[in-house]
Design a protein around this ligand. Structure first.
Ligand code: CDP
Ligand code: CDP
Length: 223
């Protein structure tokens, strides 16, 4: 069976989910946004008032179903794609995803989803932990001001005005937490190709990655 795994990692706002989703649509592949899965766990924990600081609290994951389908995240069958973007979830997701028990459960689901498929998966530890043998690994970056500007514009479209400096600060804090944690920190895989998206449009990044996928496919076919 044909199986092509593309791993996309990078910090918040570097364009991972938008770009991965567009590539998957163009190629007719599956896309899994693993950040959305950690957000769904956080939403469940907040809604059920579990103690977020205690790793044992997350035993609930044995009985909770998390699925990612067609860019929608399902929690026990309910579409929670909008709820997982709340400020409360955003502020707590780095803590929740720092626990080995939570990561072990998510990585298991992610690896199962990728088996035998053409898939593009984005997150923080995809090239390093989830799909270490991915045929193509990309590390997306952009400077923190540009990433904050993108988030600012997203809020503006929704009619929400946020303080830009606060946004820069929040993103910098989350970057730090994600890249310094003990368990599977955000880190470029040694064999990942770095793309700085600061001055690139979404379309330019999508085209660059599709070219890299085609190049790998041709190498594989012996051209
Ligand atoms: O979209 P945004 O960049 O804001 O973040 P996200 O991709 O939705 O991920 C939310 C959070 O989940 C990250 O800040 C990480 O703490 C965590 N995460 C992770 O630990 N491992 C992953 N593979 C994906 C996300
Ligand atoms: O998943 P991640 O947090 O890495 O980023 P995202 O949610 O895909 O992208 C954040 C925002 O930046 C979205 O509104 C994208 O449309 C925008 N973006 C952009 O303006 N230019 C790029 N080259 C990449 C993303």
């Amino acid at each position: 069976m044909k199986e092509f795994h593309v791993a996309i990692d990078g910090p918040a706002g570097s364009g991972k989910s938008t770009i991965s989703s567009q590539i998957a649509q163009k190629l007719g592949w599956i896309h899994v946004d693993t950040g959305a899965m950690y957000r769904a766990v956080t939403l469940y924990a907040l809604e059920n008032q579990v103690n977020l600081n205690n790793e044992d609290s997350y035993q609930f994951l044995d009985n909770v179903k998390i699925d990612y389908q067609d860019d929608k995240i399902l929690l026990n069958g309910k579409d929670v794609s909008r709820e997982i973007r709340s400020e409360e979830v955003t502020n707590n997701v780095s803590l929740v995803s720092s626990f080995p028990y939570v990561r072990e459960k998510m990585v298991f689901i992610q690896q199962k989803a990728a088996k035998g498929k053409n898939i593009i998966m984005d997150g923080r530890d995809i090239g390093t932990v989830v799909l270490p043998n991915a045929k193509l690994k990309i590390f997306l970056t952009a400077n923190v001001e540009e990433r904050a500007k993108r988030r600012y514009n997203e809020q503006l479209i929704k009619g929400v005005t946020v303080d830009f400096e606060e946004l820069v600060n929040d993103i910098a804090i989350r970057d730090k937490k994600d890249s310094t944690r003990k368990e599977s920190p955000l880190k470029k895989a040694v064999d990942a190709c770095v793309i700085d998206t600061t001055y690139l449009t979404i379309e330019q990044v999508v085209d660059k990655i599709i070219n890299l996928i085609e190049k790998k496919e041709n190498e594989q076919d012996g051209y």
